[in-house]
Ligand binder design. Structure first.
Ligand code: G3I
Length: 351
């Protein structure tokens, strides 16, 4: 019954998307832009993943964040292998730096990520104990980190990338040692440490895989119905200009059907996904702009209380994890100038 209702809701929403696409595709007029001076004035939070060294050393980078971003995520500084150097031993230097910077500049912090199959610290890989012992070390870690930033970090990716492409649970040390229950326990532990924090399941592939999209939404919905303190779905959305804008839109609308908050948590639009030797032409820039517009617009089309925000995975092109390709995936260029993608954002959030 629940699935039928979800299906009906999606059909209604997607029928209206198609109509909208039809109308907009037939229009030769450039859509209007939001009349704002910077992205901090947008009606929902817009942010970026931050590299701490660049934040410390690059004034243009720092100023662009202060001027444009209302939410920041540590690109690497809050990952377990960065913070956890031993049992009950921590290196919070970079994470503290980010949180202090955010507080000084009145910027929201999203924590990324508590539990991930990647980058397990060596002491955890070498740990030996009973199932209860494994629950204890997971609880200690989550609660020490979330507790330290209680009231300062607004939200957390509690679990990240927990499924395989076929929809089964991805192998990780926590699944091996605790079993599937590790997922709900992670949410419970985080919630106990900061009952106000907004807690997410973050994953990728919503925009290109039915199985991944369905499974993430289904797991999130099932946990919420069971009373597990999960509040939102993070859609990483590392996408590229070849992906249809309807796919991007569909991913966001489908997540919203769960009634949980929706965070496009790691957004970027690669223009060189095949890693060829190319230059960044105007044609590519305009194509990229359309992807930006589609995502920011789709967020405007879900209920306001579900719009957690859009976080871009980096600030300007050279600070992107894709810059080695090379690529030009972000809305600011190497001089921190606004690219056409920035106008795409302004068009997307226009009301
Ligand atoms: O800091 C060290 C440096 O000291 C060393 O010299 C250098 C040599 O390789 O490595 C540096 O660390 C690298 C770090 O990025 C900082 O640049 C790590 O090797 C490298 O693994 C790490 O990659 C990060 C990756 O996650 C893995 O943690 C990327 O920056 C980061 O953008 C990427 O982000 C992920 C999200 O967390 C989850 N979703 C996918 C997304 C993209 O892969």
């Amino acid at each position: 019954m629940k699935n039928i209702l979800l299906y009906i809701a999606l059909t209604i929403i997607l029928t209206s998307c198609d109509k909208e696409k039809f109308n907009s595709d037939n229009s030769t007029q450039e859509p209007p832009k939001a009349n704002i001076e910077n992205l901090r004035q947008a009606s929902y939070p817009i942010g970026a993943a931050i590299n701490i060294n660049t934040l410390k050393n690059n004034v243009g980078y720092r100023n662009t964040i202060i001027k444009e971003m209302s939410s920041i995520t540590a690109e690497n500084a809050m990952k377990m292998n960065t913070i956890s150097i031993g049992r009950k031993q921590y290196n919070f230097d970079d994470a503290d730096y980010l949180v202090n910077f955010a507080q000084e500049n009145n910027i929201r912090v999203h924590g990324h990520t508590l539990i991930w199959y990647k980058h397990t610290p060596t002491w955890v890989s070498n740990f030996s104990g009973t199932t209860e012992d494994w629950k204890t070390i997971m609880k200690e870690y989550i609660q020490d980190v979330v507790g330290r930033y209680k009231g300062k970090v607004a939200s957390w990716d509690v679990v990240n990338e927990i499924i395989n492409d076929n929809g089964t649970l991805r192998d990780c040390i926590w699944l091996q040692k605790i079993g599937p229950e590790y997922i709900e326990l992670a949410f419970q532990y985080a919630h106990e440490a900061d009952p106000e924090a907004i807690l997410f399941y973050n994953d990728y592939g919503h925009e290109y895989s039915h199985t991944r999209r369905y499974t993430v939404n289904h797991i999130s919905d099932s946990l919420a119905r069971k009373g597990v303190p999960i509040h939102g779905i993070g859609l990483q959305m590392h996408t590229n200009i070849n992906r249809s804008v309807n796919d991007l839109r569909y991913a966001i609308i489908a997540a919203a059907v769960t009634k949980l908050k929706v965070h496009v948590s790691e957004f970027d639009v690669a223009v060189n996904p095949d890693k060829k030797s190319i230059t960044f032409t105007e044609e590519l820039a305009l194509k990229q702009k359309e992807s930006y517009r589609a995502v920011f617009k789709a967020m405007m089309d879900i209920p306001e209380n579900q719009r957690f925000g859009v976080t871009m995975w980096g600030v300007h092109d050279p600070s992107s994890w894709l810059s080695v390709n090379p690529d030009w995936a972000l809305p600011f260029n190497d001089k921190f100038e606004r690219k056409p993608a920035y106008d795409g954002i302004l068009q997307g959030i226009y009301k």
